[in-house]
Design a protein around this ligand. Structure first.
Ligand code: CP
Length: 315
């Protein structure tokens, strides 16, 4: 049985296969509408979410399955002190697969170690958000044609943003990626990330002003300043509007640059940018649905490749 704790749990080839399934779902959604008949997805969200939880639930419903779970841990027995380990043992009696988000780093790993069903990390504290990374990789691959040879600027809260950490890590497995980290000094990408890039001889630059580099970018990955991870409200207020991508800044970018954002946004992208053809962040949400459908099928061993392989082995 396989879980997904980090995007690195899948080889580059396995990711290619997953993205091929996701792109096929995009083109032929109806073909997949009964693949998970009779299957149940549990969503256990100990932290707020709109996109991740609803796209997991939509993914299972579009595959013909059903969903159950909680979106607010205060309504679950976690509020009475039940551990994640006991919760997943219980969920294993009810569901076939579980997506879990938790504020504590490593909590979904604890769940996976005790689970009888596949567990998907839907975000653990400031650590990893692997299905957002799969979404980001699929979006880049679909828009750029491959996951090689481009310059990506990651802008905003590079310290607390788990989507940024997961994405940088995942992109180090591809060729010809130039990273530009754009952040205020206080929200710099953590040292363990720059040390990892140095150890692999992967080029990166760190800058403070978006205007200095926007013309060089193929992708601009904007991020929200993560209010919930600040210790001090004053620092958050000082930094929250450090970057605002508006039409004037976008005019300095290439006509082919694509703007990504894991969402939710607060002020960091002006709504006037939404109508620009380079604004790809709502397309990105759609890719999140396709990749989560492909992931559920993969972890339940229900892709055509799995089924064909099973039939071949049977005969
Ligand atoms: N991108 C993302 O994780 O959004 P939610 O917090 O709404 O799930």
């Amino acid at each position: 049985m396989r879980h997904l704790m980090s995007p690195m749990d899948f080889t580059v080839q396995e990711l290619e296969d997953l993205f091929d399934v996701a792109n096929d779902i995009e083109r032929n959604m109806d073909k997949y509408s009964h693949k998970c008949d009779g299957k149940i997805l549990a969503t256990c969200f100990y932290e707020p979410s709109t996109r991740t939880r609803l796209s997991f639930e939509t993914a299972m419903l579009r595959l013909g399955g059903k969903t159950l779970g909680f979106a607010d841990a205060s309504n679950s027995s976690a509020s009475k002190g039940e551990s994640v380990a006991d919760t997943i043992r219980v969920i294993s009696c009810f569901a076939d697969i579980c997506a879990m988000r938790h504020p504590k780093e490593g909590a979904p790993m604890v769940a996976a170690s005790k689970s009888l069903i596949p567990v998907i990390n839907a975000g653990d504290g400031g650590h990893q958000h692997p299905t957002q990374t799969l979404t980001d990789l699929l979006t880049i691959r679909s828009l750029h044609g491959s996951l090689n040879n481009f310059t990506i600027g990651l802008c905003g809260d590079l310290k607390f943003g788990r989507t940024v950490h997961s994405l940088i890590n995942a992109l180090t497995r591809y060729e010809g990626i130039n990273f530009i980290f754009i952040s205020p000094q206080e929200l710099r990408v953590p040292d363990y990330i720059t040390e990892m890039l140095n150890s692999k001889n992967i080029p990166y630059r760190e800058v403070i002003k978006l205007e200095d580099v926007i013309a060089d970018l193929d992708f601009l990955y904007m991020t929200r300043v993560q209010k919930e991870r600040f210790f001090n409200e004053e620092d958050y207020i000082r930094l929250k509007d450090f970057y605002i991508l508006d039409k004037k800044k976008l005019d300095m970018a290439k006509s082919t640059m694509q703007v990504l954002h894991p969402l939710p946004r607060v002020n960091e992208i002006s709504v006037e940018v939404d109508d620009d053809p380079r604004a790809a962040y709502f397309k990105q949400v759609q890719y999140g649905l396709y990749v989560r459908m492909a992931l559920i099928l993969t972890l339940l061993n229900m892709t055509d490749a799995h089924i064909n392989d099973g039939l071949l082995r049977k005969f």
